[in-house]
Design a protein around this ligand. Structure first.
Ligand SMILES: Nc1ncnc2c1ncn2[C@@H]1O[C@H](COP(=O)(O)OP(=O)(O)OP(=O)(O)O)[C@@H](O)[C@H]1O
Ligand SMILES: [Mg+2]
Length: 435
């Protein structure tokens, strides 16, 4: 474009300037177009995200959709979201369909000006030949065509930028956990202490309201309490998934904030309330592809906690693929795999958030045995929903609405007339009492 402009100016500066008058208008139109199209690109990306999110959720939760006869309703919802998605696309195309004709008209006007001015000059015989006019018409096209192409390429770039911005927004999210801790311990003893810990997920809505508790190395404590009391929240804090509002949490006398995060998490194994398994073999789900853990070790550990025989009944044994989220296993079986995963990592501290879902008597027995084995001689915190687990604990902590309301051994707590634990026990475990 630069070379064409220079050649035009040398050949005939008057005709060149006339051709170039169109250029600012064309550049301005391109600019307007780009601003407008960027907004519509953003809209398209948002709608694509909505659509993907919707489809992904409905496919994962297909059972619920079918169980509750929501197929036609969800289909209507899908149509609505898809319609918005389509409209966003149509809008971008609409802008294209306006811009390109405008650019076309402007270049034609440019050529018209050349013919009009140049033709007039040629008639008056003032130094412009018909050849020169033909040449300028060619030049004008050589000038405007690349400009349109640049505008088009720029749009593709912009579409990429808009999509990229969304990805970077996620990547650039600052972790709210300060990673300034440097203390590294080869092997933690496992003394855990909470002092006046206050914590809220959402500002102003305290979930833990001054929790103080001590777990001595090797002890097993059970935390019990109503749903929503804040039990699972406690385990999120030991591992530093969140920063606490006030108070201190220390392990072996050192605040968890001062530990190197990786070092701390390496030594604390957690079995979460909702077990997550990857679409992979049982072996890989247990070792999480840690090459230092051999199949032999895993088998040995499985024998110790009493689930080796169960795994061997599966086709392919340890190489059985459990599919997405462990769909090929029952919920009790998934828990057992999660136990083994925690056990083979040889943690100094074990935290177990027992699933509330009930399982059959056989699995119950296996889970009980596994729990006892993996908590033996190891600092353990068990958020307990099973009476058998609670009875085994060295100490029971009873929580309600973010407070610790009682603590002591099973028998001590039962002696409290009208105590919270006694009530809970009478209501929840009366059926188990006989056993
Ligand atoms: N990620 C979160 N964001 C905001 N609030 C949360 C979050 N997780 C839990 N809460 C809130 O914190 C409170 C305590 O939740 P928590 O999961 O600790 O209960 P819980 O005692 O483990 O209950 P359950 O026995 O049902 O497992 C609840 O009122 C819940 O609404
Ligand atoms: Mg919980």
């Amino acid at each position: 474009m630069f070379a064409v402009t220079v050649v035009m100016l040398i050949l005939n500066w008057k005709l060149a300037l006339i051709t170039l008058t169109i250029l600012p208008i064309l550049v301005y139109a391109t600019k307007l177009f780009q601003v407008a199209i960027k907004a519509t690109f953003q809209e398209v990306r948002n709608q694509v995200a909505n659509l993907n999110g919707f489809v992904q959720e409905r496919v994962t939760g297909m059972k619920i959709v079918q169980l509750f006869n929501r197929e036609s309703i969800e289909y209507e919802n899908f149509k609505e979201i898809n319609d918005k998605h389509k409209k966003a696309h149509v809008k971008t195309i609409w802008y294209y369909s306006v811009f390109f004709p405008i650019a076309e008209i402007l270049s034609s006007i440019g050529i018209g000006l050349i013919v009009w001015f140049g033709g007039g000059q040629a008639i008056q015989n003032s130094g412009i030949s018909v050849g020169m006019i033909m040449g300028f018409i060619q030049f004008a096209q050589m000038l405007f065509r690349p400009l349109r192409q640049i505008a088009d390429k720029f749009n593709q770039l912009q579409m990429g930028i808009v999509a990229g911005e969304r990805v970077f927004k996620v990547i650039d999210t600052e972790s709210s956990i300060a990673k300034s801790g440097i203390v590294k311990a080869d092997k933690l003893k496992g003394d855990i202490s909470f002092k006046e810990v206050r914590f809220s997920y959402i500002k102003g809505e305290e979930v833990l309201k001054g929790i103080s508790l001590d777990v001595k190395s090797g002890q097993t404590i059970a935390i019990v309490g109503a749903t929503g009391a804040g039990k699972s929240t406690i385990i999120n804090l030991i591992n530093r998934f969140y920063e606490i509002d006030s108070g201190t949490i220390s392990v072996d006398g050192v605040s968890v904030n001062e530990y190197d995060l990786e070092n701390l998490r390496n030594q604390v194994a957690i079995v979460l309330q909702d077990v997550f398994l990857f679409s992979d073999s049982i072996l890989n789900n247990i070792t999480l592809k840690n090459e230092n853990i051999s199949l032999k070790e895993v088998e040995e550990a499985a024998k110790q906690i009493g689930i080796h025989d169960f795994i061997m009944t599966l086709p392919n044994g340890y190489h059985y693929n459990v599919k997405e989220r462990g769909a090929m296993l029952s919920s009790g079986q998934r828990q057992l795999i999660a136990f083994l995963r925690a056990y083979v990592s040889k943690p100094s501290i074990l935290i177990l958030d027992e699933a509330t879902s009930s399982v059959d008597a056989y699995a119950e027995q296996m889970i009980q045995f596994a729990t006892e084995t993996i908590t033996k001689n190891r600092t353990s915190i068990v958020i307990a929903h099973r009476l058998a687990t609670i009875k085994q604990a060295d100490k029971i902590i009873v929580m309600d609405k973010g407070f610790i309301v009682e603590e002591g051994s099973h028998l001590e707590l039962l002696e409290k007339e009208n105590g919270y634990y006694k009530n809970l026990y009478d209501k929840q475990f009366s059926l188990d009492k006989a056993s």
